[in-house]
Design a protein around this ligand. Structure first.
Ligand SMILES: NC(=O)c1ccc[n+]([C@@H]2O[C@H](COP(=O)([O-])OP(=O)(O)OC[C@H]3O[C@@H](n4cnc5c(N)ncnc54)[C@H](O)[C@@H]3O)[C@@H](O)[C@H]2O)c1
Ligand SMILES: [Zn+2]
Length: 400
């Protein structure tokens, strides 16, 4: 056989493109953000000291508005009082609260249109006051228009103040998948006003405590002890205990984002997603009737059992953790755990593949390793999940 002449490929050339962008945003803790004499919001919006009037669109969570009579009026008065620095581009707009805010595109489109209608520029400001759902939705819309306007978040639930509102992510739900669509877009500033928390329904008051247990168990043993000790006080709406819980949890989140080396989650491991693979699936299965924090509590209880079976957690610590979640008023079991799909497979286990896809790469689950530390694992044993369900049903089945 005659040899075919070898075909030559032109040599490729490459220029390495590499640069870093520093992100920098303040997170304020205050009380009474719309009190006319409270300077924090003006400071947050004018933090670059541009010494000009900032054009601002304000979005308010409908649940927050319903619970706080006169809120829209107070916002308008605040802007009037600070008219030398701030200008409302339109009267404050009220958007639906809760998970419905981020289900599908309709709310996102409405915010994007309003930004265009009011002719906001990339240096204008969008202020969003609300729970994690509203912040995720308004934040996402704000990140898209002109490739990103300045977003100032005013988180109004425990979970939003200690987790969702202080980080770098936003998003919405599509294809029956939580946060299927979204972007990494750090805010311009965050203002946590503890006074907002007073009007929360019990469910949303304790929901965020689950995220506090999450970071404490995998990162901060002292904080974990505090939460166990004060679990009942938290459930009974002890304000001082909650303020401390929110602040410490927010600090731990900020520290993680700042120091983990992977703020935009390019790797497959996401320590702050401890307990979340099952949680996200349970939320979807419940049609979002189950709150995010409640779902996370169940997910963490499930994974802590797996940690015990892998000898990463002692039996005593497992029992203590489950009891503390319950003392705080959080569930550790749901009948949804036992729901099966058409092939007879536990639905919750189908959440594993969604979770892996969302993170990318190899399946990576974070488990507690003792109190205050963690370990990554790459498989979930279905038999252990079933065992965990039986264990948790016995502990928590009656509480729902
Ligand atoms: N972007 C992130 O990094 C991140 C992190 C964690 C969670 N999240 C998302 O956050 C969402 C959950 O947020 P959430 O727990 O804040 O719940 P939520 O936003 O769904 O709000 C819960 C309810 O509280 C109402 N509400 C808000 N503030 C109130 C107040 N001060 N007084 C009375 N009612 C008030 C809302 O209208 C709603 O009905 C989920 O969609 C979750 O995926 C995002
Ligand atoms: Zn969460």
């Amino acid at each position: 056989m005659p040899r075919r002449p070898q075909r030559r490929v032109a040599p490729a050339t490459v220029r390495r493109q590499r640069f870093a962008v520093a992100f920098d945003y303040p997170v304020y803790f205050t009380r009474g953000v719309f009190d006319p004499v409270n300077p924090v919001l003006v400071r947050a919006i004018d933090r670059l000291r541009e010494r000009r009037r900032h054009r601002v669109l304000v979005y308010l969570d409908a649940g927050l508005v319903a619970a706080t009579p006169g809120l829209a009026r107070r916002v308008a008065s605040y802007f009037q009082r600070h008219a030398d620095r701030l200008e409302l581009a339109a009267p404050p707009a009220v958007v639906p609260g809760g998970e419905q805010a981020k289900n599908g595109w309709s709310q996102v489109r409405a915010v994007m249109s309003a930004i265009g209608d009011r002719r906001l520029c990339r240096q204008s400001v969008v202020v969003a006051a609300g729970g994690g759902s509203v912040l995720d939705m308004v934040g996402f819309a704000t990140a898209l228009v002109h490739r990103g306007l300045r977003l100032v978040r005013l988180p109004s639930t425990v979970l939003a103040q200690n987790d969702a509102g202080v980080g770098v992510k936003n998003g919405m739900n599509e294809r029956e998948t939580k946060n299927y669509i979204g972007a990494f877009a750090p805010p311009f500033a965050v203002v946590n006003d503890f006074e907002f928390l007073r009007t929360l329904a019990d469910r949303d008051w304790v929901g965020g405590v689950a995220e506090a247990f999450k970071v404490a168990l995998i990162k901060d043993a002292r904080f974990f002890e505090f939460l166990c000790r004060r679990a009942e006080a938290l459930r009974a709406r002890d304000f001082a205990a909650m303020a401390r819980t929110v602040r410490r949890c927010a600090e731990l989140h900020l520290e993680h984002i700042r120091t983990s080396g992977d703020p935009f989650e390019f790797g497959s491991a996401r320590p702050l997603d401890f307990g979340h693979w099952a949680a996200h699936k349970l939320e979807v299965l419940s049609g979002y009737a189950l709150g995010h924090g409640q779902a996370v509590a169940i997910g963490m209880a499930l994974d802590s059992y797996a940690a015990w079976r892998r000898r990463l957690l002692s039996r005593g610590d497992l029992e203590r953790f489950v009891a503390a979640l319950q003392a705080a008023g959080l569930p550790v079991w749901s009948p949804l755990l036992e729901r099966r799909d058409a092939r007879g497979r536990l639905e919750v286990l189908n959440g594993l593949e969604d979770f892996r896809e969302h993170l990318g790469g190899r399946l990576t689950i974070v488990l507690p390793h003792g109190i205050g530390a963690r370990r990554e694992v790459h498989a979930v044993d279905a038999a252990v999940v079933k065992e965990a369900m039986a264990f948790l049903r016995e502990r928590g089945g009656g509480t729902l």
